[in-house]
Ligand binder design. Structure first.
Ligand SMILES: OC[C@H]1O[C@H](O[C@H]2O[C@H](CO)[C@@H](O)[C@H](O)[C@H]2O)[C@H](O)[C@@H](O)[C@@H]1O
Length: 481
């Protein structure tokens, strides 16, 4: 057996000593370090150590290639450094220390959404297919308006689409309790209280003449639902989880079964409907007012750049549903909407960023299970599978899509590209564009396809906007061999 004592001592010295190591683990062939100060490692000297076959940094980890004998090397290193190994999860957590606030926020989003991806992918394809059935106007109307069979299919599929997208808060609050190791059924119940049929559906709030409320005599609380909303669900989910963790510390074991669920759930539901509700409602109103003013003002072109860039983050929050009300107002005021073309372009841009990932990671069959349906769904107007499954996880395709969409939005508003109505917000979107805007819409579509595609490739090659933490694997549907 090879004696790794000297090589292990040298590695410890050149890596900056024990004090520079936050975490160390090993995989099949590599030592994986999370270093407090990665610049303190002398890469040149490390690579000259006989046992070392190379080094590289990935996902916030400094990795030293040893080969198949890495378990023996690791044991020797543990002896000379006095550092015990850590689990993969602990190494991941330590790697997060090297991330900035935005990267951490993206990582948390990706972690929460990863278990939801299989459902979101199905939902994306279903909604995309429904967009085609009811959204494309042929010479004699839509497919649905011409066929009872397809009307039935369209209605039936909404049962599943609604369960996945409108009831998404249930999945989010469940996933948070799962991630935090708290009681999962409480997460599910909390989610249901956010989307219960007793509440006014979030999509109906913008056009509602009256908001229903609970009347407590001295005060009232609005009965507003959070269908498809991410931020209220995330905030409520974390409040629930932290409250439960805190209560578990203080409540004696013999009464915890009654007290902890009660005192965690009830206050969280109250906070969700009193604090988070008004906040979400007010933000939604502000966004509506700003968007309408921006689109009807003199600096529409500049607003187009901002809206195009920021629309996909708006979809993440779920607040994008307010855009339908603005579209309808614009159509009533001006006989068409210059907002909706940018929505379609932004969706296309997200799809093109995923397309670049499919190209760059070709052969990665596990990822393709998510990326290919996600790209198709984007091009049919539904972006959540792409954003939550791929683009947010890697960050750089998301940035590339935002830039491409921003440029396309700038050009679209500069040339006043107008749509007759809301249509399929993807590639078939051109069918809803007014005839004299059609040529310019095709130019914008080309921008929304080419720019995110090329930028995603450049960003990956140049390692720009690449996450530092470990990237969660896409969940896969297990198949039997
Ligand atoms: O949350 C689902 C999707 O919602 C938007 O798209 C849908 O509404 C658009 C009109 O506002 C419509 O053009 C599109 O065909 C519909 O799918 C949003 O633009 C999508 O990004 C999102 O996935």
């Amino acid at each position: 057996m090879v004696d790794f004592n000297k090589d292990a001592k040298d590695l410890l010295e050149y890596i900056g000593g024990s004090d520079n190591i936050s975490a160390v683990s090993h995989c099949a062939t590599r030592m994986r370090f999370v270093l407090k100060d990665p610049t303190a490692a002398n890469v040149k000297k490390i690579e000259d150590i006989p046992a070392v076959k190379g080094t590289f940094t990935q996902a916030g980890q400094f990795q030293v290639i040893i080969g198949n004998e890495v378990p023996q090397f690791y044991n020797e290193f543990a002896k000379v450094s006095g550092k015990e190994g850590v689990s993969k999860d602990e190494a991941k957590a330590a790697a997060k220390q090297n991330q900035n606030v935005v990267q951490r926020a993206m990582a948390v989003l990706a972690e929460i959404f990863t278990p939801l991806i299989p459902a979101i992918v199905v939902g994306g394809l279903i909604l995309g297919f429904r967009n085609v059935l009811e959204g494309i106007n042929f010479a004699n109307g839509t497919i649905v308006s011409n066929s009872q069979f397809w009307t039935g299919v369209n209605d039936f599929l909404w049962l599943i689409g609604e369960a996945i997208f409108h009831f998404l808060p249930v999945g989010i609050t469940w996933s948070i309790t799962k991630k935090m190791g708290t009681t999962q059924i409480l997460g599910i119940v909390l989610g249901i209280t956010l989307v219960s049929p007793q509440l006014l559906n979030a999509y109906g709030v913008a056009g509602a003449t009256e908001i229903p409320f609970w009347d407590f005599g001295a005060f009232t609380i609005n009965k507003i639902g959070y269908q498809a909303q991410v931020i209220p669900a995330m905030l409520a989910g974390f409040v629930l989880a932290y409250l439960e963790i805190w209560l578990r510390k203080w409540v004696p074991q013999y009464i915890s079964m009654i007290v902890v669920p009660l005192l965690a759930l009830v206050p969280t539901v109250i906070i969700a409907h009193t604090v988070l509700g008004p906040i979400g409602w007010t933000i939604g109103q502000w966004v509506s007012e700003v968007v309408y003013a921006g689109l009807t003002g003199d600096f529409r072109w500049l607003f187009g750049l901002f809206f195009g860039t920021l629309y996909s983050p708006l979809v993440i929050t779920g607040l994008h549903h307010m855009s339908n009300a603005i579209d309808l107002q614009l159509i009533a005021d001006f006989g068409g909407t210059n907002l909706w073309p940018m929505i379609a372009l932004s969706n296309i841009a997200q799809g093109s960023a995923v397309l670049a990932i499919i190209f760059l990671h070709r052969g990665n069959e596990k990822e393709e299970q998510v990326s290919i349906p996600a790209a198709i769904s984007c091009y049919l107007g539904v972006t959540e599978p792409a954003m939550f499954g791929i683009n947010i996880k890697y960050i750089y395709p998301f940035v590339a899509a935002m830039i491409g969409s921003g440029i396309a939005g700038l050009v679209a508003t500069t040339f006043n590209v107008m749509a007759n109505s809301i249509g399929v917000g993807g590639i078939p979107g051109f069918l809803s564009i007014q005839t004299d805007s059609m040529a310019m819409f095709f130019v914008c579509m080309a921008i929304a396809i080419v720019v995110p595609f090329l930028l995603t490739i450049v960003f990956e090659k140049k390692q720009l906007f690449v996450p530092k933490g470990e990237v969660e694997d896409a969940p896969v549907i297990q198949t039997q061999k």
